[in-house]
Ligand binder design. Sequence first.
Ligand code: DGL
Length: 256
Amino acid sequence: MNNSPIGIFDSGIGGITILNSIKRILPNENIIYLSDNLNSPYGNKSKKKIQKLSTKNTQFLIDHDCKLIVVACNTATTNSIKNLRSNFKIPFIGIEPAIKPAAIKTKSGIIGVLATKGTLSSHLFSYTISNYAKNINIIEQNAEGLVEIIEKGLFEGDEVEETLKKYLFPMVQKGIDHLVLGCTHYPLLIKTIKSLIPKNIKIIDSGKAVAKQTKKIIDKNSIKSNLNKVKYSFYCNGSPKSLNKILNNKFVINKI
Ligand code: DGL
């Protein structure tokens, strides 16, 4: 059981940003990554549909012997983690926009959150705000179309820049001093994001926190691997092109 893999899923390549953080903090773990890119993006789908897809992804990873699942997608977590936890016995780690650390650190009292429609409209998102950021002015921005651009394998260039400008400039104008990247795809655009906003705006994502939480849950459940040689396996159900690009063609992508 201990040497069984960690399962990670996302609607596409965004979860690779989470996988990278997990690899660093848990170097002796096998990992299986599932990109449900045939159904990408999740952002505009109904809660019911997201729950259905998340259940299917979870079942796939459990069938591949995973001991724990990281839902490396804000949209899937905020709409389906409760459902997954009640339907499956293994531990789940989710990811949601890092509102709490931004709310603690903000000086202007104004925070920008870039995320999908599905995340911003979720109950979990409003719950987190009412618990940790009640007196903070949260500027929410649905980054419509951004996941699609990233899934095409575009991480910089005109299309990325123009789309980001449209979403970031109004937030900057409103005086944000923290920008929360509420989708695991967005850290892939960090270079362009940094070039577009003033340097004093702090960019926060949840990657490291999710990796730390994964380690904590593994330790708590005594399911740590002790492998010297680890294996990373990748699966996708759509085109493997962007996954190949982000992995520098270093791994075999299994098509399902
Ligand atoms: N990576 C997903 C997230 O963190 C992308 C959502 C989508 O597919 O729209 O929200």
